[in-house]
Design a protein around this ligand. Structure first.
Ligand code: NI
Ligand code: MN
Length: 225
């Protein structure tokens, strides 16, 4: 499983020859101007919630690639009404895709579309594939529901928001990593806007003081699990 950080909360996940994008917000992110959104491959686009900073490129990428949009019922239906392929899910539900199993899990946040219309309830995803399991938290507060995840899934990586203000900050993300029982954390949802700028060294030191590794990738850089 290869995971690429495309800035903010945007991820690419490659499993075998299948390409998954998560929350593509690339063309509108000045920090990701070196990423050519028109060159990204996608068989699936996973969307955690309907906020602008998670969906800006979904429609154009789906039209170009014919990717299946996987999200909550309201978001999937929204894109279905635009004629795009979609797979609706809702909280607690799992589905076996050709790349692995996806579960849509709780997040504490909001989920309106940019025009104010209802985007369902926000979520996160657990992906299990090829004996590698990851948790993509989405935009969320620290929540006790995270303790449910390790009851069923041994995680290899937890992808957690760390930018504070709109989501968990670093201290809560450290507790979240305890709740999900995973000491390898990829941080996301930081530095994009003034409200969520962080000190990278302080963040890494706080995690390492708890014997945890915080990975912060430059935009366009990948890790392999
Ligand atoms: Ni959001
Ligand atoms: Mn966000």
């Amino acid at each position: 499983m290869k995971i690429t950080f495309y800035g903010h909360a945007s991820l690419g996940i490659q499993i075998n020859n299948i390409h998954i994008l998560v929350d593509p917000f690339i063309s509108a992110n000045p920090k990701a101007s070196h990423i050519d959104v028109n060159a990204l491959k996608a068989d699936y686009i996973l969307v955690t919630h309907a906020h602008q900073d998670h969906i800006v490129d979904v429609e154009a990428i789906a039209k170009r690639t014919d990717a299946v949009i996987v999200s909550n019922f309201e978001i999937a239906t929204h894109y279905g009404n635009l004629g795009l392929k979609n797979h609706p899910m809702n909280h607690g539900g799992s589905w076996h895709f050709d790349f692995g199993t996806v579960k849509y899990v709780n997040a504490i946040h909001t989920s309106s579309f940019p025009d104010g219309s209802y985007g369902g309830q926000p979520g996160g995803f657990i992906i299990e594939s090829n004996n590698k399991n990851i948790y993509i938290a989405g935009d969320t507060a620290l929540t006790y529901d995270m303790k449910l995840i390790p009851m069923q899934t041994k995680l290899n990586l937890a992808i957690l928001p760390i930018g504070d203000n709109f989501t968990m900050g670093i201290d809560d993300a450290i507790i979240a990593s305890d709740f999900v029982e995973c000491n390898t954390i990829l941080g996301y949802h930081f530095d994009t806007f003034g409200y969520i700028e962080i000190d990278h060294n302080v963040a890494k030191q706080k995690f390492s003081s708890k014997s945890k590794e915080l990975i912060l990738l430059d935009i366009g850089v990948s890790i392999e699990l």
